[in-house]
Design a protein around this ligand. Sequence first.
Ligand SMILES: NC(=O)c1ccc[n+]([C@@H]2O[C@H](COP(=O)([O-])OP(=O)(O)OC[C@H]3O[C@@H](n4cnc5c(N)ncnc54)[C@H](O)[C@@H]3O)[C@@H](O)[C@H]2O)c1
Length: 431
Amino acid sequence: MSHSPITTLDKNGDEITTVGFDRFGFDSRVPLDVLRSLYLRPHYVIHANEINDVKELDSEAAELQHAKFLQHHAAYQSKSIYHPDTQSISYTTLSRFPPVKLLPPGIRKRILVTGGAGFVGSHLVDRLMLLGHEVTVLDNFFTGSKTTVSHWVGHPNFELVRHDVVEPFMIECDQIYHLACPASPPHYQFNAVKTIKTSFMGTLNMLGLAKRTKARFLISSTSEVYGDPEVHPQTEEYWGHVNPIGPRACYDEGKRVAETLTYGFQRQDGVDVRVARIFNTYGPRMNPYDGRVVSNFIVQALKGEDMTVYGDGRQTRSFQYVHDLIDGLIALMNSNETRPVNIGNSDEFTIGEFAELVREIVEKVQDQDGDVRTRRVQIVYQPMPTDDPQKRRPDTTRAKESLGWQPRWTVRMGLEEMVRYYKAKMAEGSL
Ligand SMILES: NC(=O)c1ccc[n+]([C@@H]2O[C@H](COP(=O)([O-])OP(=O)(O)OC[C@H]3O[C@@H](n4cnc5c(N)ncnc54)[C@H](O)[C@@H]3O)[C@@H](O)[C@H]2O)c1
């Protein structure tokens, strides 16, 4: 298997080589290939069948094999070696960490990320670590996993704490990104009461901590606060249209009360707060089995199964790539904008178009890797489930005006990375 370096183009056709930007006195730029090495590489890397001599596993050649996705960077991940014959996987311990920026103490921040082992959280942690900050992850691993941040465990700037935010937690810190909360419907509906507790008590505890330590506090709210909206696209001024007793209420109302608490602490106690209303996001490390359309399509196509479209495929969706979201969260945290800010991508695709695109990209990646397809995956249409959510589309004027933020990733480029990620997971045997 040989892999050529991936070229990633933005919406204007310019190559993306870094993510982040230097704004509001906070330089958040990180080379894309270093970042990518943290989620794309390890599994593509060593496959027991590809290695003749076991000793080779420790050799320089294996290191290079391990790093084949990167053009110049050595391997910064523990190795996972899959043995298909015995259906087992062996992990090695980490030999070294990617280089992180060396920041003077006055600039280096102590940053707490709750939910940092989840999909969005782990990408945020990668960025903040590479930027040279001290990062503490607080997570109860309900939907997150230690494996998403295991490449940082042991690093002197990193701490991983298993803790439920429903219980108080004390730590000295300068910034808090409060992300802890299950985000997909099957997960947040699994225990609705716990979801509300997490939203309310978890946010209360973290705001109490921000008050005590004078840390700046950012909460990851959601487009779900707009409910089933009566206006399109949604601006931050819109108050929403939420059913308080429906099956989604534990999440929607949970986030709404979390926002209320946040502004309560701002008004009463002067806590320095930021509120990000996040719209649908996709990317590597997303749980492949939580019923979201992007991951469903990719996994079906990679497994050679037919792709299921519910309805006639003409309903539209918009998705943002996770790197755009992280750019937006970091910009918001470091800006002076204290009002809620929508962070999302407003480019709409029909689900039918989307399925076609996923199929095309999966085929492209398979061809590049020299995989043989026995047949072309078909796109099949099935009746729409009755509770299919209504469409939402962000108005991101505020993010553009006050943060200078707008999405850079095209859906094609984001999907291609995600396909490679899931493909690697399959090669590893974990999908
Ligand atoms: N992914 C999206 O499209 C999206 C959209 C809107 C908002 N958001 C918000 O972004 C945040 C992160 O979402 P995600 O997609 O990464 O979800 P995720 O489920 O992957 O991550 C959530 C993390 O929080 C942890 N967690 C849950 N309950 C906890 C508790 N009580 N104590 C400690 N940790 C707890 C989980 O273990 C997990 O690691 C959430 O607050 C979510 O509401 C996400």
